[in-house]
Write a protein that binds this ligand. Structure first.
Ligand SMILES: CC(C)(COP(=O)(O)OP(=O)(O)OC[C@H]1O[C@@H](n2cnc3c(N)ncnc32)[C@H](O)[C@@H]1OP(=O)(O)O)[C@@H](O)C(=O)NCCC(=O)NCCS
Length: 334
């Protein structure tokens, strides 16, 4: 008999903390099954940190068979924007699949999203780089989800050669920061984050512009620091207006000092076509090698249709290492 038990990373009671750790371990074991040892699941401590965010509400359950953890699920509901959407995730340990645990978890997740008034639901599947065939497509389709976007995951081995020095177009300047960035730039950073949410290809995903201001940037930066993540970012400043018009950022978790993750890269529409994207990325990789010499691999995700970013990444030596698909379901249609 499967039971579903709520878990929260904010709970301080030792028994509840152990349950949360078991929930995080299910997610990690499933990621390891899909991706191998160098998987990119968040650690339990990082997941605790994410739950502190004021911009998203997180609900989570652990599926138990007796006392044994067999599955995990969650609902992430944005609170500042996209209030009609929610992201769901469901994971069942390989040895316990095909026994209805996944169905029970997705029914819980859809029910919670519905209660929160969310009508557009998103979910992700992940698998290896060698095939286009998503092994979990049949299952998500059974639950009324349709494919919305396919994303290529790529890895760059670092320290295999010197990263070339970036060439910066006239009228622009690159500025790199490790961990904190200057307070004076937070408003520009918020503007870029807002743009990032809609200037990147979204496939068929129905997502609206995100609400970002200085306070949200500060809050997210504080949480990242509290999680022990290191951050290397490079910005490009338009010397004419004095404003930041693009950025790229890499984060490295404490638990995997050898594996870092590429986060946003954006050059605003008005400043594209000057090679600023490549310049940003080269400068940031050079800074990463200096600041965090233990990093061996940088991992990135790009939408299949994002031909320009994929070309930049290929030129830098990134190679495909996996695939991810985002699925969408409407509760208020058909
Ligand atoms: C997808 C997943 C959650 C399914 O878990 P599960 O416990 O095996 O699912 P269930 O047993 O509840 O499945 C119920 C039905 O779906 C079918 N099913 C299960 N996995 C399937 C798959 N990969 N493809 C097609 N059908 C599948 C089962 O046969 C069963 O059908 P039946 O009742 O007619 O026999 C699990 O494989 C998993 O954790 N995958 C990795 C994470 C993931 O991709 N999650 C989904 C997106 S969030």
């Amino acid at each position: 008999m499967t039971s579903l038990v709520p878990v929260s990373g904010l709970d301080t009671d030792p028994a509840e903390r152990a349950r949360f750790d078991a929930w995080a371990r299910v997610l990690e074991d499933v990621a390891c099954d899909e991706q191998g040892e160098d998987h990119d699941a968040w650690s339990a401590e990082e997941l605790r940190g994410l739950e502190g965010s004021a911009s998203k509400r997180r609900l989570q359950v652990l599926a138990l068979d007796g006392d044994e953890p067999v599955g995990a699920a969650g609902v992430i509901a944005p609170l500042l924007d996209n209030e009609g959407t929610a992201q769901l995730f469901v994971a069942v340990l390989p040895a316990h699949r095909h026994r209805g645990v996944g169905d029970a978890l997705v029914r819980w997740a859809v029910g919670e999203a519905h209660t929160l008034g969310r009508t557009t639901l998103h979910a992700e599947t992940q698998w290896g780089a060698d095939t286009d065939d998503d092994p979990f497509a049949g299952w998500v389709e059974r639950h009324g989800f349709e494919p919305a976007q396919t994303v290529l995951r790529s890895d760059l081995p670092v320290h295999e050669g010197e990263v070339p020095e970036p060439v910066v177009a006239d009228g622009y300047r690159l500025e790199t920061h490790v961990d904190a960035m200057p307070e004076a730039d937070l408003a520009d950073r918020a503007f870029l984050a807002r743009r990032m949410s809609t200037d990147v290809p979204l496939g068929d995903l129905e997502l609206a512009e995100e609400e970002w201001d200085e306070e949200r940037v500060r809050g997210e930066d504080e949480r990242t620091r509290a999680m022990g993540r290191r951050v290397v970012s490079t910005f490009v400043r338009d010397l004419g207006s004095g404003r930041l018009v693009g950025y790229t950022s890499i984060q490295c978790p404490q638990a995997t000092p050898h594996l870092a993750f590429q986060h946003d890269t954006l050059v605003t529409r008005e400043h594209r076509g000057h090679g600023l994207g490549l310049a940003l990325k080269l400068a940031n990789l050079r800074a990463l090698a200096q600041a965090l010499p233990e990093v061996r691999t940088v991992r990135t995700w790009n939408a299949e249709e994002n031909a320009h970013m994929l070309a930049v990444n290929r030129a830098m030596g990134f190679r495909p290492s996996g695939r991810l698909r985002t699925w969408q379901r409407h509760l208020d249609r058909g």
